[in-house]
Design a protein around this ligand. Structure first.
Ligand code: CAA
Ligand code: NAI
Length: 698
């Protein structure tokens, strides 16, 4: 028996305890699965043992299969999870799962192979495999529909969402809730089964229940899933398995499930999603800041500026139960900002996603004022005033005077130099960039921008805050645009060059939507509004090198008052009240005129060229960010793009995508663009070096 699984007999019940911290992953190579099998076999032969309880030591029951093993070689003769669960179906003594914390994926499948389940209040149950691009591969798709009914099982499997103990009890997934000492309750439950001589409820022998006609149900579900999960291969495979549960005997269903599982596991899409799973956790780690760095208690927040960003930023704190003082420069702007916050909450209440009481509770944490002095006792202020260096410097000077000495002063600037802003204070160590994405209460990404003087405690505290607010924090260094927008600038610029050379907005949008973006760049531009970047371009015009290629198309579009959907026209035209883009001859004429003005003969541009130029513009700039140390690691760039810019998750982010193409091939194409198109395509030295070595990013 291995130490990753422990065993003892308590009141004639063999208690098997998983002991593989931190999440009791069912690691095959570490002997966890074998360990469980050994314990049950021992108990089966022990006349003193009447039943079993399977439990988890530490914080939870089990997070399922060890995901790291999906890309490692399995030890020969190692007992697999499906083999263990098949064996459990032959066991003659009652098996009871005792679940606390969470039972996820293979962990839940292990619990489902037990005859009964006892759970602590607040435990979470899920089959989240779909989020990793796979499906529950140890009988989950066959057992769950047999236990809780096909409709609800399919919903859990397709969404991967968790249900808590209370909901699980209602679904029939949990047989008893044990508020006290869990293992003791489970042992007593098991002894009760023996005493009452209750039959062993093997889920594999039950019939899946369906409340409606199977053919109609599956047909409708298939159509819905194909539409909602475009590009993701796992959800349709999950549906196929659940359908098999209805039509095929259990053993055949399990075999088919396994076949489909292997196919998905080895797919690029699943590798990409698994990469993002680990990348998200890795992003929290900072090379020179130890995990145990003491953090500042950020219990009261201030937000300066109640415009588009300030209001959304304030909502993040309110949602997390942190009181916020929102400060504006005049009453009118303040009232407007507060009204927008109310409107956003009211919208969520109307959709049934928030109760009125919860909305009132959140708003009760908000103090709105036009007095800067109200920020005297907050632990952190996030400044979200206009994007203007002189204004920001004067605001930071004032904050420095008003706020307590150890308060963190953060800026939400998108483009300005944080070091310069920090220099306007007497506490540059406490100044940091917290770059939220619009809409700030929705988007999960938070770029945490580390200034030259930002101290480690401020950085660690900000990363912890990101987690508290439900965001994914990514550390970036100071430069124009940080990670996300600096890369985006190169990508957008390339799309404009493509227009100038012969492509159309529709073609480029189609290519990128086909690749997996929910919307192409021109549709996104029309949605977000074209005027903001126009203003930025105007500001930068004076410092733009004269010999640098510059496309005037976007300026020409804006000069005609075409700011996107809000003006009924941008890169496309919009009928009143509609968001459907219509190709507009006026735009075609503007583009053709701009090509002529730039002396460019328009040509047919292939979809492949469009895709390569757009994506490799991201990749090449991403490599530069790595080279310069602005991004800590390639996977942080992938997280930035997956959470902040709608990069298709099943592609794993731009840097992972480049790895899947092969850096030698990416480099070859970039070098060709450099020769054929111009200097802005010079390959980054890191890309060049990795390509030569036959390496990958990370
Ligand atoms: N395998 C390997 N490592 C895992 C893991 C798993 N299933 N689940 C979590 N970990 C690791 C994390 O990578 C992290 O490692 P580091 O500390 O080195 O970064 C550590 O465990 C702690 O994880 P979290 O920080 O995420 O801890 P948490 O308490 O916030 O969340 C959790 C716990 C909700 C279980 C979350 O980790 C999670 O969602 N894990 C994935 C669960 C999952 O997808 N299970 C299905 C696996 S596939 C399967 O089971 C297939 C099958 O059918 C056989
Ligand atoms: P906005 O114009 O909507 O709001 C700015 C608000 O600041 C206004 O309500 C204004 O009255 C207020 N304000 C100005 N000076 C002030 C002062 N001295 N004291 C208090 N309030 C003051 O601007 P937006 O879009 O919210 O941008 C704010 C900051 O966030 C900018 O730095 C911008 O670059 C950045 N940002 C904007 C994003 C966006 O998509 N809009 C995304 C990420 C960052």
């Amino acid at each position: 028996m291995t130490n990753v699984v422990t065993y003892h007999v308590q009141n004639h019940v063999g208690v098997i305890s998983l002991n593989n911290p931190p999440v009791n992953a069912l690691a095959v190579n570490k002997g966890v699965v074998q360990g469980i099998m050994d314990c049950i076999q021992e108990g089966e032969h022990d006349p003193d043992v009447r039943a079993f309880v399977v439990a988890g030591a530490g914080k939870a029951f089990s997070a399922g299969a060890d995901i790291t093993e999906f890309s490692t070689v399995r030890l020969p003769d190692a007992v697999t999870l499906p083999a263990l669960l098949a064996y459990m179906d032959t066991v003659t003594k009652p098996l009871v799962a005792a679940v606390h914390g969470f039972a996820m994926g293979g962990g839940l499948e292990l619990a489902l192979a037990c005859h009964y389940r006892v759970a602590a209040p607040g435990a979470r149950f899920a089959l989240p495999e779909v989020k990793l691009g796979i499906l529950p591969g140890a009988g989950g798709t066959q057992r769950l529909p047999r236990l809780i009914g096909v409709e609800r099982a399919l919903d859990m499997i397709i969404t991967g969402d968790t249900v808590d103990t209370e909901a699980a009890r209602k679904l029939g997934l949990v047989d008893e809730v044990a508020p006290g000492e869990l293992v003791r309750a489970a042992v007593s439950f098991a002894n009760g089964l023996v005493k009452e001589a209750r039959e062993l409820r093997r889920i594999s022998t039950l019939q899946p229940r369906l409340e409606q006609a199977a053919t109609v149900f599956f047909e409708q579900a298939r159509a819905r899933i194909a539409k909602d999960y475009r590009g993701f291969p796992a959800p349709l495979a999950c549906l196929q398995c659940v359908e098999n549960a209805v039509y095929l005997p259990f053993a055949q269903g399990v075999t088919k499930e396994r076949e489909l599982f292997y196919g998905l596991r080895d797919s690029t899409e699943s590798k990409a999603l698994r990469h993002l799973f680990f990348a998200e956790r890795e992003a929290a780690k900072i090379a020179d800041v130890p995990d145990d760095t003491p953090v500042l208690p950020l219990k009261r927040a201030g937000v300066l500026g109640a415009g588009t960003m300030g209001g959304g930023i304030a909502m993040n704190f309110l949602n997390a139960g942190i009181p916020v003082t929102l400060v504006e420069m005049n009453q009118e702007a303040l009232d407007r900002g507060v009204a927008l916050i109310r409107k956003n909450y009211a919208g969520t209440v109307a959709k049934g996603r928030l109760t009125q009481a919860a909305m009132d509770q959140r708003l009760s944490l908000l103090t709105a004022t036009i007095e800067d002095s109200a920020l005297a006792d907050v632990d952190i202020v996030i400044e979200a005033v206009f994007e203007d260096m002189e204004l920001k410097k004067s605001v930071f000077g004032k904050l420095d005077a008003v706020c307590k000495r150890d308060a963190v002063l953060a800026t939400n600037t998108s483009t300005l130099d944080i070091n310069e802003i920090a220099a306007a204070t007497t506490r540059p160590g406490k100044v940091i960039g917290l770059h939220f994405f619009s809409p700030a209460h929705v988007m999960k990404l938070l770029e945490v921008v580390r200034g030259a003087a930002t101290d480690k405690q401020t950085l660690a505290s900000s990363m912890k805050l990101a987690k508290t607010l439900g965001k994914v924090g990514v550390v970036a260094g100071v430069c124009d645009g940080f990670i996300g927008n600096r890369m985006l600038h190169k990508y957008t610029r390339e799309t404009h060059f493509l227009l100038e050379e012969g492509a159309t907005p529709r073609q480029i949008d189609n290519v990128l939507e086909q690749f997996g973006f929910a919307m192409g760049p021109f549709r996104v531009g029309d949605l977000a509004g074209l005027d903001v970047s126009w203003r930025i371009r105007q500001r930068r015009a004076a410092t733009r090198p004269a010999n640098e290629r510059y496309s005037r198309i976007a300026d020409r579009i804006c000069e005609r008052g075409r700011f996107g959907q809000k003006t009924g026209a941008g890169w496309y035209r919009y009928e009143t009240g509609s968001r459907s883009p219509i190709v507009d001859d006026e735009v075609q004429a503007i583009i053709a005129a701009a090509s002529a003005e730039a002396g460019i003969t328009r040509r047919e541009i292939s979809d492949t060229e469009v895709l390569d130029r757009c994506l490799y513009a991201l990749v090449n700039e991403g490599a530069r960010l790595l080279d310069e140390g602005i991004a800590q690691r390639a996977s942080d760039i992938d997280i930035t793009y997956a959470f902040g810019y709608g990069f298709p998750r099943y592609r794993g982010g731009p840097m992972f995508y480049a790895n899947t193409i092969g850096l030698d091939k990416v480099h070859e194409t970039v070098a060709r663009f450099h020769r054929e198109l111009g200097e802005w395509w010079a390959p980054s030295s890191l890309l060049e070096q990795r390509a030569l070595e036959g390496g990958r990013f990370d």
